[in-house]
Design a protein around this ligand. Structure first.
Ligand code: GLU
Length: 417
């Protein structure tokens, strides 16, 4: 009998056996989703396929099969998974092959049963969006949901999030929440229907961090090209640096806090971090959404900056060149902004390294115009910090002091790298 998508099969090739559900394939390979949550792609040449169960004989879904399958295990920590959407929260419909962004904790646990050895999970879908559609008010709602879960006794939080803007959301929650427990952002670059999906590994590593003593907001994602480890990035020092690689997330101007060894589940740390229960839970989630991140390019008109001043923006971050420069004709606009009590912070397109506007004349004039050096902060972190700071405080001088200060290790006192 011919096998088709959705059937449970056993594939034997070269003495190796694979068992799982047949997935859609566009390459001619047989793709099966194994019980581990991983997919295997097998060249059909020389492979023997045995059908174990036809798809029409299988239950419609895990829910239809009965919800009682996953029981809580006494003694394990409690972890809440909050989903906002993105690839990690997608589910494969084995009948149609479609990838749909559905979510329930049960769905995740059915797909990745290893998780049940790490913690007892509960899940909530907060949003079901692609992360390019995130916005400040969603960060606020998410922060409230996180705090509620912690108040209800969660020992750790996992936030499933699209990877595109994960670092903005992670930075926002990092500024907003004083947390006594780990808050871990996780995503996946490749959906579960692809042979090289990072879904299961990232989720398992995120769960390990969620039950660890790293009580910070972190991003836990594939750490290198292989399947050895996930990196634990500090929320204020991380960036998506590749469109498609699984190890797209990199700590910038910092080492990651540490790594999770996928094989052993062991966590190795190399940076100091806030420990579990060190901080009292607190939420300060007011934000000023009318802040802009403006990229300077050679020959760009100073009118660009002028637009934001006249449109009533309350804070501006400039992504300048090199050590933190813009052309001389932008400087009067910087001065106009600061004289209207609109803070202007300069960061660098180089990403790596630190702003120093005291070396060249342009830089010195930028400082004279009232701009603040963004030190070694990523431009997007500076933007989120600006939104958070102006949400907390309206007084210009006090806001500038907060912007210059170091709140969540977003600034290294010295450049180490
Ligand atoms: N662009 C979408 C997002 O960031 C999907 C990709 C992903 O989940 O990484 O949500």
């Amino acid at each position: 009998m011919e096998f088709e998508e959705g059937d449970r099969v056993k594939v034997e090739k070269g003495g190796v056996q694979y068992e799982g559900i047949v997935m859609p394939s566009t390459t001619g390979h047989i793709i099966i989703k194994m019980i581990s949550g991983y997919n295997a792609g097998i060249d059909p040449q020389g492979a023997t396929v045995t059908i174990i169960q036809k798809k029409q004989d299988m239950p419609v879904s895990s829910k239809a099969a009965g919800k009682g399958g996953i029981r809580s295990k006494p003694g394990l920590p409690k972890v809440s998974i909050l989903s906002t959407g993105g690839t990690i929260a997608s589910k494969i419909d084995y009948r149609t092959g479609a990838v749909t962004s559905q979510f329930s904790a049960d769905d995740i646990l059915q797909a990745i049963p290893e998780l049940t050895e790490i913690a007892n999970f509960s899940g909530k879908a907060i949003y079901n969006i692609l992360s390019e559609n995130m916005k400040a008010e969603y960060w606020q709602e998410l922060s409230r949901a996180v705090v509620e879960e912690i108040k209800n006794g969660a020992d750790g939080i996992i936030i499933a999030h699209g990877t595109d803007t994960m670092m903005y959301s992670a930075a926002a929650l990092s500024f907003m929440i004083d947390t006594p427990v780990p808050i871990v952002f996780v995503g996946s670059q490749r959906s579960a229907d692809r042979p090289s999906s990072d879904n299961a590994m990232n989720a398992i590593c995120a769960a390990k961090v969620a039950v660890s003593d790293i009580a910070e907001v972190t991003v836990v994602m594939h750490g290198d090209g292989s399947d050895d480890k996930c990196s634990i990035h500090r929320a204020t020092k991380v960036r998506k640096m590749h469109t498609s690689r699984r190890d797209a997330f990199r700590s910038i101007n910092s080492e990651p806090i540490g790594y999770v060894d996928y094989a052993t589940g062991e966590i190795c740390t190399s940076l100091p971090y806030a420990k579990r229960n060190e901080k009292e839970l607190a939420l300060n989630n007011s934000l000023e959404p009318k802040c802009a991140l403006v990229k300077f390019t050679p020959g760009a008109s100073p009118d660009i900056l002028g637009y934001f001043i006249d449109a009533g923006y309350k804070g501006i971050v400039i992504e300048g060149t090199g050590l933190g420069h813009v052309s001389t004709d932008w400087i009067p606009q910087i001065e106009r902004a600061t004289s209207k009590n609109i803070p202007v912070m300069v960061t660098s397109q180089c990403l790596n390294g630190r702003i120093c506007d005291r070396v060249y004349d342009t830089g010195r004039d930028i400082l004279k115009a009232g701009a603040i050096e963004g030190e070694d902060m990523l431009p997007e972190v500076a933007l989120v910090k600006m939104m958070w700071t102006l949400g907390q405080i309206q007084d210009y001088g006090a806001a500038v002091d907060i912007l210059k200060g170091n709140i969540r290790s977003e600034i290294n006192e010295r450049s180490l790298m």
